[in-house]
Design a protein around this ligand. Structure first.
Ligand code: UDX
Ligand code: UDX
Ligand code: ADP
Length: 480
């Protein structure tokens, strides 16, 4: 029986290992983590992450060939294949601060593997790391090895949150990078055999180590670049009277461009895009390629511009001040079907509105009050460090309340900001909503979910990213 151990029971490690266990009944999979509350949650009826379909997969395998444990060293020692899926925050201090990846957690995991191993192992990089990390890890392992062979592979994960299970069941591709040595090739084949239980062989791509590592950063950079491109267009659409949805549809029908990932929004969020691009930028700078670094930096600049633009639009529309006004914030997660708030644009928008002294009433069907308060108190880049290093929620923040119902958030509000495209926001009773608000009643749709014409008929003043402006908004001062 092949034994797999995954270090890190997070958004990537948890779902990926659950699916491997489901598809490979003869493989024993143990997911380990130093965070006991996380492991306890994986062993309970309330999994630590919300992901459609995940409960079902975990229920089918847990206790059979899928286990969650805090006994990290024991399970690493027993495994043939060790996946490493620990967090890789952006450095906040020292060399490369604000750009480079902080590999502290990775390095400590690698040293621990070297310490406890008594048999040969394949060590798989699963978390996104800078190019050439494998080389550094290989050095740590081989300098401490005591006659044991470690073979390192890079097997980046491409799942997206909210669709993780579907993505894992039917991936566009699985990428495995390894050394071009006989041992490297043997390890690639061993890992390929695991995925071949359910992924067609022509979708399992095998490359060298550096190509696999770089492909992951490049894929996320390209995806984010599409969103910044369409978001840049959305600003031009608002200025000219074009409709960004029509433009997206028109360009997406060109098979060279393709229709997916062209939805204009208040900005992209999530744990990967910004972090991976910053990392890419840093790697380019370190390799003497400032022009390439500047090209990719622009993707993040446009994303920040889009969030600022949204806040400015809200404030300028409402007579240039939101001071003391109640604003309902609908949705806080970085996209629908997840409770994840890492790098969500809602944080920057809320902070911007709070800076103008608005009173916020926030509702998200999957995000807790505690999480929202923590996010609003946190400094940039601190989210990827353990909870005990994060600030406690401010207990007396009178400017922010978190409620468990959209109508409650909206009652008596001057404006609504839609931050996440949850389906329920499409189907609210907008007449009832209008009746319960202060007038004029504003809707600022950061996700293009509402029917703009219908809402205008009801009497709302509506702003929707990249859509032709309401005459009201046209008369307001230009937005930078
Ligand atoms: C382009 C558009 O494709 C077409 O839809 C529009 O109507 C006119 O402009 P064209 O300039 O004729 O057409 O050729 P195209 O095939 O798009 O190539 C443009 C340039 O990009 C060429 O120099 C080509 O060599 C280069 N290119 C194209 C690349 O360097 N790499 C690629 O992957 C594709
Ligand atoms: C992303 C990649 O898609 C995935 O392959 C990689 O493994 C991890 O990073 P994820 O961050 O989970 O996945 O979600 P994704 O669906 O890519 O969305 C990222 C952000 O872009 C979200 O905030 C989303 O709302 C936004 N987005 C996405 C848009 O604004 N417009 C779009 O058209 C698509
Ligand atoms: P991702 O989104 O990449 O899955 P997460 O932050 O959700 O990232 O998960 C990473 C997990 O790795 C966390 O639960 C963290 O406790 C765990 N972790 C970090 N370092 C170690 C380590 N040395 N040993 C075991 N677990 C670790």
């Amino acid at each position: 029986m092949v034994k797999i151990c995954c270090i890190g029971a997070g958004y990537v490690g948890g779902p990926t290992m659950a699916v491997i266990a489901l598809k490979c009944p003869e493989v024993e999979v143990v997911v380990v983590d130093i965070a006991a509350p996380r492991i306890n949650a994986w062993n309970s009826d309330h999994l630590p992450i919300y992901e459609p379909g995940l409960d079902d997969v975990v229920k089918q395998c847990r206790g059979k060939n899928l286990f969650f444990s805090t006994d990290v060293e024991k399970h690493v020692a027993e495994a043939d294949i060790v996946f490493v899926s620990v967090n890789t925050p952006t450095k906040t201090q020292g060399l490369g601060a604000g750009k480079a990846a902080d590999l502290t957690y990775w390095e400590s995991a690698a040293r621990m593997i070297a310490d406890v191993s008594k048999t040969d192992k394949i060590v798989v990089e699963k978390s996104t790391v800078p190019v050439k990390t494998a080389e550094a890890i290989e050095r740590i392992l081989t300098h401490n090895r005591k006659g044991i062979n470690f073979t390192i592979l890079s097997n980046p994960e491409f799942l997206a949150e909210g669709t993780a299970i579907a993505d894992l069941f039917k991936p566009d591709r699985v990428l495995i990078g390894g050394r071009e040595t006989p041992e490297g090739q043997k390890a690639i084949h061993a890992l390929r055999d695991v995925y071949a239980h359910w992924v067609p062989l022509d979708r399992i791509l095998c490359t060298n180590l550096w190509s696999a590592e770089l492909s992951k950063l490049a894929a996320n950079a390209f995806l984010a670049q599409r969103i910044s491109s369409v978001n840049a267009m959305s600003a031009l659409c608002e200025a000219t009277g074009a409709d960004v949805s029509q433009v997206s549809h028109s360009i997406g029908t060109d098979s060279r461009i393709g229709p997916k990932f062209l939805n204009a929004s208040v900005g992209f969020g999530g744990s990967c895009f910004q972090k991976d691009i910053l990392n890419l930028v840093y790697i380019c700078e370190c390799n003497g390629l400032p022009e390439v670094a500047n090209y990719w930096k622009q993707v993040i600049k446009v994303n920040d511009y889009q969030k600022n633009r949204f806040v400015n639009r809200v404030v300028s529309s409402m007579f240039n001040t939101v001071s003391g006004k109640k604003i309902a914030v609908l949705g806080f997660a970085f996209k629908k079907d997840t409770g994840d708030t890492r790098e969500t644009p809602a944080i920057d928008v809320c902070k911007g509105l709070l800076g103008d002294k608005a009173k916020l009433s926030i509702y998200d069907p999957q995000v807790s009050e505690d999480q929202i308060m923590r996010d609003l108190a946190m400094k940039k880049f601190d989210w990827d460090h353990p909870a005990h290093l994060q600030p406690l929620s401010p207990t007396s923040n009178k400017q922010v309340s978190v409620v468990w119902d959209a109508y409650e958030a909206i009652k008596d509000a001057h404006g609504i900001c839609i931050m996440t495209e949850w389906d329920e926001f499409k189907n609210l009773d907008y007449q009832k909503v209008h009746d319960s608000m202060q007038k004029p009643a504003f809707v600022f749709d950061g996700r293009n979910v509402v029917d703009v014409n219908k809402l205008r008929e009801i009497g709302f003043i509506v702003y929707s990213i990249g859509k032709p402006l309401d005459s009201w908004l046209k008369d307001m001062p230009a937005v930078a």
